[in-house]
Design a protein around this ligand. Structure first.
Ligand SMILES: Nc1ncnc2c1ncn2[C@@H]1O[C@H](COP(=O)(O)OP(=O)(O)O)[C@@H](O)[C@H]1O
Ligand SMILES: [Mg+2]
Length: 251
């Protein structure tokens, strides 16, 4: 923190209360290159800089191959960029060692995927409880019960994932991502494998839960109706941001 920023903070307010802490995602000059079999390099992301505030709902769009999933993996701490910095909640995540990064990801980042990625041998309740178990914490069972009711899954709580519809599986994945109130949730085409009615239902509860918790939500989507409800729409083409616009819904 610079002395200039400190000077703007009224006495008695700790530094984490400054507006800087409102930035959940801050990436600068991020490039991700892959080496082709011929030995040439190809940039899946090319010098991307981006900031996203706490509580923002951002839709990421763009043609297949434009770098959307690469961006999500880099934000999620699962794929290190070739160059550039990635700060999540102020921490440079690729400066951390593996153990610290794993713990940080469990606390601050939730992920939702197109193909649900539930743990097949765990039932609904156990999948939603999994983030606690992975952190060796006692699950908050009252919170898990409330979550299952809100997701319309209480009656299915003992079902394994293969005994659920696609929409139900995605609601479990959302419950798992949201249950410990991370700062950031990344969802890569979360409705891409659902019909439009199920996709709409899943998106409604997903957005509601994130807005209640003031969680930053970044969703890769081809669905215009999802982009229309986002606060902000970022479009990628050939590994670069080609537009970044406030949604119609909010200023
Ligand atoms: N592991 C990899 N090795 C080589 N090229 C990759 C790898 N992952 C992604 N790419 C390439 O990077 C580009 C962007 O991919 P991706 O981020 O998955 O795009 P999107 O999600 O927008 O469809 C694509 O051309 C893809 O083929
Ligand atoms: Mg993709």
């Amino acid at each position: 923190m610079s002395s200039k920023e400190n000077a703007a903070v009224p006495a008695g307010i700790p530094p984490q209360e400054t507006s800087g802490s409102d930035i959940v995602v801050s990436i600068e000059h991020v490039t991700k290159q892959y080496t082709s079999p011929g030995g040439g390099t190809f940039s899946a992301l090319n010098d991307v800089s981006l900031q996203i505030r706490r509580g923002e709902f951002v839709a990421v769009t763009g043609a297949s191959g434009s770098g959307k999933s690469t961006l999500m993996h880099i934000l999620g701490g699962v794929d290190e960029p070739t160059s550039g910095s990635v700060r999540i909640c102020g921490s440079d995540i690729y400066e951390m060692d593996d153990e610290a990064l794993s713990a940080f990801r469990r606390r601050e980042i939730g992920m939702v995927y197109q193909f649900f990625n539930l743990i097949p041998v765990l039932n609904v309740e156990e999948n939603i409880a999994f983030p606690y178990l992975a952190s060796e914490e006692k699950p908050d069972f009252p919170a898990i019960n409330r979550m299952m009711r809100r997701l319309g899954l209480f009656d299915k709580r003992s079902n394994l994932p293969n005994r659920l519809s696609g929409g139900q599986q995605q609601r479990v994945a959302i419950g798992r991502a949201v249950i410990r109130k991370p700062s950031l949730i990344l969802a890569d085409e979360p409705t891409g494998n659902l019909d439009s009615a199920n996709g709409e239902e899943v998106m409604h509860i997903f957005e509601t839960l994130c807005r209640e918790n003031n969680t930053t939500l970044v969703i890769v989507t081809h669905d215009a109706s999802i982009a229309a409800r986002a606060d902000r729409v970022i479009r990628l083409a050939d590994g670069a941001i080609v537009s970044d616009e406030r949604g119609a819904k909010q200023g």
